[in-house]
Design a protein. Structure first.
Length: 357
């Protein structure tokens, strides 16, 4: 859709405003709070739970101009209590069964949930999780570069960092920024993230090291055990319900693909699992998909092919790792399926496209 209207959840705007007031108190400008707040839009004028991204961006630009603070996004988000954000609350509901069972949650599971459902609180920045050899990379890209300022990018990167830190002790190993060239004042990144920022980079990314090539494995739980716990406890159901509530116009095909990308390699990608997440019967899901002219198997195949291409070509992962990431029971099952798709092995496909590039 070329004319898509991106939006921000009202709770995010309210959290920003509360943190802004705290920031003004912190810099001894409490007397300016009434005057500054009076210049912000009245949220009651907007129906529903979301506000246009353009309106929110204009508000942040106004605040940055009034306060003449180049790092306003970081300083405000640093004062936000992430516990009150819908995304945090949804993730906590999903992970509670694991936490109550004293199961150590693999870091990639948390990263997937944050990246796949971040739009619940804001669509200003697209958060993409990229699984590479021995590391995870979270990439941050403005949905509409002409409507997003660097304060929003800073704020989203820090918000993601704070949410991840609320569920895991894993620390980022690298931070790259494409939108900052000057090193003036950048020590704030070291203070907030624990690492220095690399400026003028190709992407805005947070990097995390992985201990093994088998990205989902951890010392405390096997993949099979994790899948069994996730299946038993619905896993992403509560979080996906939030997404459906915020974006009710999504097609069932789009919902299925979103769920499949999220659970692929973590839980069995079956129609039963997807129907469970959507809180509906398998027959109801199949009927909805038929009405849209597509089947679950077609969506699953399209999703697997799309992800296989990304893992093999863009991320240059081994065929064995890709088989694992796509949820195949063994490498041989993946090899057989892949050869049926393209009449060649994953390695030949990878070498062919590497030659093209």
């Amino acid at each position: 859709m070329t004319d898509k209207q991106f939006s921000v959840h009202k709770s995010m705007v309210l959290s920003n405003r509360k943190a802004l007031a705290l920031y003004l108190f912190k810099i001894d400008r409490a007397h300016d709070v009434p005057q500054i707040m009076a210049q912000l839009v009245d949220l009651d004028e907007f129906q529903g739970t979301r506000i246009s991204l353009e309106v929110v961006t204009n508000e942040i630009s106004l605040l940055a101009h009034l306060l003449q603070e180049d790092y306003l996004g970081l300083k405000v988000i640093n004062l936000i209590n992430v516990d009150f954000l819908p995304l945090y609350q949804g993730i906590k509901l999903c992970l509670d069964p694991l936490l109550k069972a004293n199961i150590k949650i693999p870091f990639i599971v948390i990263c997937r949930l944050v990246a796949r459902y971040f739009k619940v609180i804001t669509e200003s920045i697209q958060v993409r999780l990229i699984e590479e050899k021995n590391l995870l990379r979270l990439e941050f890209s403005p949905s509409m570069p002409e409507q997003v300022n660097h304060h929003q990018i800073d704020g989203v990167i820090l918000a993601v960092h704070k949410i991840l830190a609320a569920f895991s002790s894993v620390k980022p190993t690298k931070l790259t920024l494409s939108y900052r060239q000057s090193s003036h004042g950048i020590e704030i990144y070291k203070q907030l993230f624990g690492i220095s920022a690399e400026l003028s980079s190709a992407t805005n990314s947070l990097y995390y090291a992985l201990k093994t090539n088998r990205n989902f494995q951890s010392n405390s739980i096997s993949v099979d055990e994790l899948a069994m716990v996730l299946d038993k406890n619905f896993f992403i159901g509560p979080l996906h319900n939030m997404l459906d509530k915020e974006f009710p116009d999504l097609s069932y095909a789009a919902r299925c693909q979103h769920i499949l990308i999220t659970i692929m390699g973590l839980s069995e990608p079956t129609r039963e699992q997807v129907a469970q997440v959507l809180n509906m019967s398998v027959s109801s899901l199949q009927r909805r998909l038929r009405e849209e002219g597509i089947s679950f198997q077609q969506i699953l195949l399209t999703t697997r092919k799309m992800m296989a291409d990304r893992y093999l070509i863009q991320q240059n992962l081994s065929a064995t790792d890709v088989a694992f990431l796509l949820g195949y029971q063994s490498s041989s099952h993946f090899f057989k399926a892949f050869k049926g798709w393209y009449s060649m092995t994953p390695m030949v496909y990878q070498k062919l496209h590497r030659g093209d590039s």
